[in-house]
Design a binder for this molecule. Structure first.
Ligand SMILES: [Zn+2]
Length: 184
């Protein structure tokens, strides 16, 4: 796994993100900065649909797109909307550990049996559904995926600041994923 940078004080926030909505997100969530009165969105958050996570942030502070694995590849129009109409210039991409979108194949039978028993699907339809969509939503590795998505989105939206973050479900804190821009 890529190295995580823990944020226990303002000085831990990488300088490039201080005084930005991304730095503010860390201050609110990790450092218990008192919640400001916010009248318009300053940030777009992309995070997993997983039920174990919630963010400690002010009302109105952020647009939030939740999808399996914080995968925004199929949410492009919503990202563009938050930027174009919502006028946000910063994106926090938040992965997390123990993500269900890793190694989907290991949950194939559970997935199919669940659709059959819980939703009343026919087995063949459930199998086809899994086989069609699992390759699109598999993320492989939580931190690598967030770094790859960060790179992709930076190319797509060159003037937007995008930060790769990680949510540890064990302590409910946010971390930066270290980016090795010069070495492998
Ligand atoms: Zn997840």
């Amino acid at each position: 796994m890529n190295k995580l940078i823990s944020i226990a004080s303002i000085n831990d926030i990488p300088p490039v993100y201080r005084q930005t909505p991304i730095g503010l997100l860390l201050e609110y969530h990790n450092l218990y900065r008192p919640l400001d009165i916010v009248d318009r969105a300053q940030l777009l958050v992309g995070m997993c649909m997983d039920n174990r996570k919630h963010l400690h942030i002010p009302d109105n502070f952020a647009f939030i797109i939740r999808s399996g694995g914080a995968n925004l590849r199929y949410s492009e129009f919503k990202v563009s909307y938050a930027i174009g109409v919502g006028q946000v210039s910063h994106i926090a991409l938040i992965g997390h550990n123990n993500c269900g979108m890793v190694n989907l194949h290991s949950r194939k039978n559970e997935f199919i049996n669940g659709l059959v028993s819980t939703a009343g699907w026919e087995r063949g339809k459930a199998e086809e559904h899994f086989m069609h969509f699992a390759p699109m939503f598999e993320i492989g590795n939580e931190t690598n995926f967030i770094l790859t998505e960060t790179t992709r989105l930076r190319l797509q939206y060159p003037k937007i600041q995008i930060a790769p973050l990680f949510y540890l479900v064990d302590d409910n804190k946010l971390y930066f994923i270290e980016e090795n821009l010069t070495s492998s």
